[in-house]
Design a protein around this ligand. Structure first.
Ligand SMILES: Nc1ncnc2c1ncn2[C@@H]1O[C@H](COP(=O)(O)OP(=O)(O)OP(=O)(O)O)[C@@H](O)[C@H]1O
Length: 282
């Protein structure tokens, strides 16, 4: 994918800061590793931590792998990396002449995370912003991703320094915004939305996580965070609702056992169809 794939849709745009305009000389995208060929790069973002961004990234990646696509996950949530543990990966990634080799899950999803580079997975990453951002850049420039249809990036939470650098250095083809059904969330979704708009990155849509929990006795859907405001926000911003995921204690168990790939539910089946249509990969 070339940097120019992120095209500005406004033919009169003369903004020097616009990354989609060909006259922009300030393009800061880093070159991808020579041995990587990635068709689409999708960032999974949330305006705040703890809404299940990693959960949604992993579930989307597994859905696409099940559809027969070649998939990778870059765990760019450097201070709270959770992706390797979800997939039961704990070996250290190896290097080669070409670069760093990502680890493979049991179903061949390629994974790179700071946890695969640390001596011990429970060592804290106590780094300042620029160092964190550099690490993520290296996941793009140094990792040998090989041929991938989709690379999903579990983005650092929030809209601060680190996510900003990631937005500026990796040519994202689109972002998925993850949210939960709390009131505060509409403001937080708007922050993520505005950040993507300012960076000229297409927004694929919204996924609401922890939408409800099903009573194990009567099957009733209990909305523990109250009624969802998702449709209102989506309509207001003119973006698509891709899907909703309940709190699922069976999947939570799989996460703890490092066997995430064994989930059988299809909460994101429709969402994967919508994402595929958005990018039109054959
Ligand atoms: N729908 C769900 N059902 C059951 N457990 C879930 C669900 N969503 C998230 N969880 C669990 O909640 C915890 C937090 O989720 P996750 O790590 O995905 O959040 P996050 O938004 O990536 O957090 P942060 O950005 O702060 O790192 C994890 O243990 C995850 O397995």
């Amino acid at each position: 994918m070339s940097d120019m794939d992120r095209k500005c849709s406004d033919s009169d745009c003369k903004k020097e800061s616009c990354e989609g305009c060909e006259h922009n000389q300030n393009n800061m995208f880093e070159p991808v590793n020579l041995h990587s060929s990635i068709k689409k790069v999708i960032g999974v973002v949330s305006g705040k931590g703890g809404v299940g961004k990693s959960f949604v990234t992993a579930m989307t990646a597994v859905m696409f792998q099940r559809l027969g696509y070649k998939v990778g996950i870059m765990d760019a949530d450097v201070t709270g990396p959770s992706i390797p543990k979800m997939f039961g990966l704990s070996k250290r990634a190896k290097g080669s002449k070409q670069g760093i080799i990502p680890e493979n899950t049991s179903n061949n999803i390629k994974i790179m995370s700071v946890n695969l580079l640390l001596d011990q997975e429970d060592s804290p990453v106590i780094w300042r912003g620029p160092l964190l951002a550099n690490m993520v850049k290296q996941f793009w420039t140094e990792v040998v991703w090989g041929e991938l249809d989709y690379l999903f990036i579990d983005m650092p939470p929030g809209t601060g320094d680190v996510p900003l650098t990631v937005f500026q250095s990796i040519p994202l083809d689109g972002i998925i915004i993850v949210t939960s059904p709390q009131d505060l969330v509409s403001m937080i979704v708007k922050k993520a939305y505005n950040m993507a708009k300012q960076m000229n990155i297409p927004i694929v849509g919204l996924v609401e996580n922890m939408s409800y929990v099903k009573c194990p006795d009567c099957g009733k859907e209990i909305k523990i965070f109250g009624e969802s405001k998702l449709e209102n926000i989506a309509n207001e911003l003119g973006i698509d609702v891709l899907g909703r995921i309940p709190i699922d204690t069976e999947i939570a168990k799989l996460v703890d056992q490092g066997e995430f790939e064994k989930f059988t539910c299809e909460y994101l089946k429709e969402a994967s169809g919508k994402i595929n249509t958005f990018f039109n990969i054959k």
